[in-house]
Design a protein around this ligand. Structure first.
Ligand code: HH2
Length: 305
């Protein structure tokens, strides 16, 4: 399918400087497929229409299989699904928009026809977002937080769709070569604050912004652990926080180099602790198993309150 002509953002209205985000974070995300209630943790199921994702590469390239998985994930408790067609695993090289669309579109169409929950699109390209929104997608998940494509934030504002802004040091091709921070939490907080301000300045509503520390994106295992241990610092920024730990390398590393397929219980522990520290959305591959852990972590949190 041909890509549509580049979209021109409207001239921004002169406006007051963005206000500091008040606490607490919005308790819902309004999407074209309805309101995602965040007064309880939202499980976001991962569906990668890629041949090479580290976690589920090749499993969901077939639209029929992807739709079956989507239905099963929603039945198991997923309240949003995240569809991606470009792997961001360490070392991954970028693919062309044409290739990304070729993989994504058939899967998106079948999944959209199969489930009613909001669908987020994991992409850094505005051209992909324009087509995906026209095909029924609801939310943009941009691992570059709007830096890879200057069109992205104005486009999300114009289309009035929520956006997930993630921290990443470097690019997927290089990010794990030598991650380096003087103050991992402080630097992630400054970055996310600046990107949320950029989104607000582009015209995106505060209630349409989700922030994500980017676990595994230009970070050592120690960096990931510190960010998870101090997640409350990110929660205090006043935006819903999404955490993606599912099957990631640091879990394998901590468990004596476990392969991807044997990280389920490690993932469940990390997910439960992220929920206990205030994550509002958790991005996971194994929805049914994670649902149990989330229910228990939330129940303990409520008992404490
Ligand atoms: N992690 C991955 C991809 N996209 N998006 C957000 N917002 N947060 C994350 O932590 C995140 C993400 C990597 O996981 P996966 O999609 O399973 O693998 P791959 O990038 O190889 O497709």
């Amino acid at each position: 399918m041909a890509l549509p002509a580049p979209w021109q953002p409207p001239r921004p209205e002169p406006s007051a400087a963005p206000l500091a985000a008040p606490d607490p974070a919005p308790r819902a995300l309004d999407t074209r497929s309805g309101r995602l209630d965040l007064s309880r943790v939202a499980l976001v199921g991962v569906l990668n229409a890629t041949p090479d994702s580290f976690s589920d590469g090749g499993a969901h390239l077939d639209p029929g299989r992807a739709a079956e998985t989507a239905v099963a994930m929603v039945a198991a408790g997923a309240r949003m699904l995240d569809l991606g067609a470009e792997s961001s695993r360490p070392g991954a090289l970028p693919i062309s928009p044409e290739e990304e669309l070729r993989r994504l579109l058939p899967v998106l169409r079948r999944v959209r026809a199969a489930v009613r929950v909001p669908l987020s699109i994991d992409t850094t390209k505005g051209a992909i977002v324009r087509v995906a929104l026209a095909e029924g997608a609801d939310v943009v998940n941009d691992i570059s937080a709007g830096r890879a494509d200057a069109e992205m934030l104005p486009l999300c504002a114009h289309e009035r769709v929520p956006v997930i802004l993630m921290h990443m040091q470097g690019t997927p091709a290089t990010m794990q070569l030598a991650p380096c921070y003087a103050d991992i939490v402080g630097e992630v907080v400054s970055f996310l604050t600046a990107r949320a301000d950029a989104a607000l300045a582009a015209g995106i509503l505060r209630a349409a912004i989700v922030l994500d520390p980017g676990i595994g994106f230009g970070k050592t295992a120690a960096h990931n652990l510190t960010l998870l241990a101090r997640l409350e610092t990110l929660v205090a920024l006043g935006y819903p926080i999404l955490v993606g730990v599912s099957r990631k390398g640091f879990i394998g590393e901590l468990l004596g180099h476990r392969p991807v397929g044997e990280r389920l219980l490690g993932t469940a522990s990390a997910v439960a602790l992220a929920v206990a520290r205030g994550a509002a959305l958790v991005r996971v591959h194994d929805v049914a198993a994670m649902q149990d852990g989330v229910v228990i972590a939330e129940a303990i949190g409520r008992a404490q309150a």
